[in-house]
Design a protein around this ligand. Structure first.
Ligand code: HEM
Length: 508
């Protein structure tokens, strides 16, 4: 009797649930599926594999969506998602659906309401404060620090010359972390000098755990997550990151106080006193209204956001570019020739005037970001029904996965050679994509990446420091389509950790 009652109750609840969402089911029915669905689970069972398999599934769905004019749907259990890669439609989505998808909540647990993951109500004010801190003039004032860190990177890589293939990832992520921490907080983390840097280890580990939570349903509910040993590791890493940033904020507040009293004290542990240009932390304190502005917690959230948003993304871009150049030696030689023209016989570090002269390197980086965008998917929430220019309607309550990966490889916009590695497609006389959203490694619309100029400076500076000194060697690619195995680990990363070998270039 009790069993029958339970079944009736469950069926009743299920019918009411479906009835309330009838609008969603009706609208979804008009849009093709990305894959075969099974009852109740939809396509959720396709995401139980490792991070490489998950990435390959999302690539497959991007290609399937391409076949349906850039829009197809998939149910993850009761949650409806769309894979979108039509530039006209996605421009509207990125302009109007500003709320991030619920999956971002696992990141919020770690870094709070910093810009990139914040709900719209909080994000608006934070974005207004963040944007002026990234003005071209301010970003260019960081070239000195970035160049110094790039020289360190090149010198560290020197230890791997002639040792055969090695993973360049640990070198690259230590470089981007050091650069970000110095420009964001004015703190020398020295991850490049200390491969056991607690900050770097904790950041990598916590991102890895967050990724596991996103894809492993059993780690999602907070109460259940606490029962797993990984929870304690998560808390330990989080505490270390928070304490580190809090201490830097405290020092900075004291430093600003001392500066106001016109006596500058040097803190040797953090090296704040020797710091000439303003850090992002200084700027955020000032731009938010000094003492009446951000609280220490808000500052921590913003600084952590910059650290997370700016570290792996740029490191991934540098790594993919190195791997690509190792596969296409003739393209690498053209880069080297350009660097010889810019630097001549000198071994001097890069200065900001050099950046504009590296036109070919810039095209190589752009092409690398097109084929291997570090953030290949953006997921937004649909709060109200939205009619797309293509005529389809996305129902309220669904999520949209904008596939940057897909749009960058769609032959409809990039021609039959869309997947070829061809940096010269970015020559001004050749570049003629029909819509600006056909190329958007840094996203588009009001929530696009504020750090894109910073990223381009960091990527070009480090690559030039490496490629001036070393020839990057790999297995030459047999055809024009580069084959690099990728995985989704918050960012899209190379499975082999950007393996290359290095040969020393002759000294001038
Ligand atoms: C190659 C390197 C980078 C790539 C590919 C990249 C890409 C992106 C993407 C796709 C977004 C998401 C936008 C959206 O949801 O529409 C984003 C947001 C953001 N990025 Fe970057 N990024 C890079 C480097 C950086 C750097 C170096 C910084 C800071 C120093 C940075 C700071 C941010 C911030 C603060 C946001 C949040 C913007 C907001 O929500 O208002 N990024 N980035």
């Amino acid at each position: 009797m009790i069993v029958i009652l339970l079944i009736v109750l469950v069926l009743g609840w299920f019918s009411v649930f479906r009835y309330r969402r009838r609008n969603m089911y009706e609208l979804a029915a008009a849009i093709p599926d990305v894959d075969e669905h099974i009852p109740l689970l939809g396509i959720a069972h396709k995401f139980t594999g490792n991070t490489e398999e998950i990435m390959s599934m999302l690539q497959k769905y991007s290609y399937n969506s391409m076949k349906h004019n850039g829009l197809a749907k998939g149910w993850l259990g009761h949650v409806l998602y769309f894979a979108l890669l039509n530039p006209v439609d996605l421009e509207l989505v990125l302009k109007t659906c500003l709320e991030k998808d619920d999956l971002h909540r696992f990141m919020r647990v770690v870094i709070g309401y910093g810009g990139i993951f914040a709900p719209v109500s909080i994000w608006r004010r934070r974005r207004k404060i963040m944007v002026p801190a990234f003005s071209p003039k301010i970003v260019q004032s960081f070239v000195g620090i970035i160049s110094e860190q790039s020289e360190k990177l090149a010198s560290n890589l020197g230890k791997c010359v002639g040792t055969g293939k090695f993973s360049s990832w640990p070198f690259l992520s230590a470089y981007t972390l050091d650069s970000i921490c110095e420009t964001a907080m004015g703190v020398k983390v020295n991850a490049q000098g200390d491969k056991d840097s607690n900050f770097l280890i904790s950041m990598n580990r916590i991102l890895n755990i967050v990724c596991m939570r996103i894809f492993h349903l059993w780690l999602q509910p907070a109460w259940l997550f606490k029962l797993f040993p990984v929870f304690h590791e998560h808390q330990k890493c989080k505490k270390l990151l928070h304490d580190f940033v809090d201490e830097a904020i405290q020092k900075k507040r004291e430093e600003i106080g001392t500066e106001n009293n016109s006596a500058i004290e040097v803190d040797y542990k953090y090296d704040l006193g020797s710091y000439k240009s303003k850090t992002f932390l200084d700027l955020l304190i000032t731009l938010s209204g000094a003492e009446k502005g951000y609280t220490n917690i808000e500052l921590r959230e913003e600084v952590l956001t910059l650290t997370v948003a700016g570290t792996d993304t740029s490191a991934v871009a540098i790594g993919f570019t190195l791997e690509l150049l190792s596969k296409y030696p003739e393209i690498q030689e053209k880069v080297y020739k350009e660097l010889c023209e810019v630097f001549g016989d000198s071994e001097r570090p890069l200065v900001k005037e050099d950046l504009e002269k590296m036109k070919y390197l810039e095209r190589v980086v752009k092409e690398s970001l097109r084929l291997f965008p570090p953030a290949p998917f953006i997921i937004r929430k649909v709060l109200e029904d939205i009619t797309l220019p293509s005529g389809n309607v996305l129902p309220a309550g669904s999520g949209v996965m904008v596939s940057i990966w897909g749009i960058h490889r769609d032959p409809k916009y990039w021609g039959p050679e869309a997947e070829h590695f061809d940096p010269d497609r970015f020559l001004p006389e050749r570049f003629n994509v029909e819509h600006p959203c056909c190329y958007m490694p840094f996203s588009s619309g009001p929530r696009n990446c504020v750090g894109y100029q910073y990223a381009m400076i960091s990527i070009k500076t480090s690559l030039s420091a490496i490629l001036r000194r070393y020839k990057v060697v790999g297995e030459p690619e047999k055809g024009p389509v580069p084959q690099i195995r990728v995985k989704l680990d918050i960012m899209m990363k190379s499975v082999n950790g950007c393996q290359v070998a290095l040969e020393k270039r002759p000294t001038k």
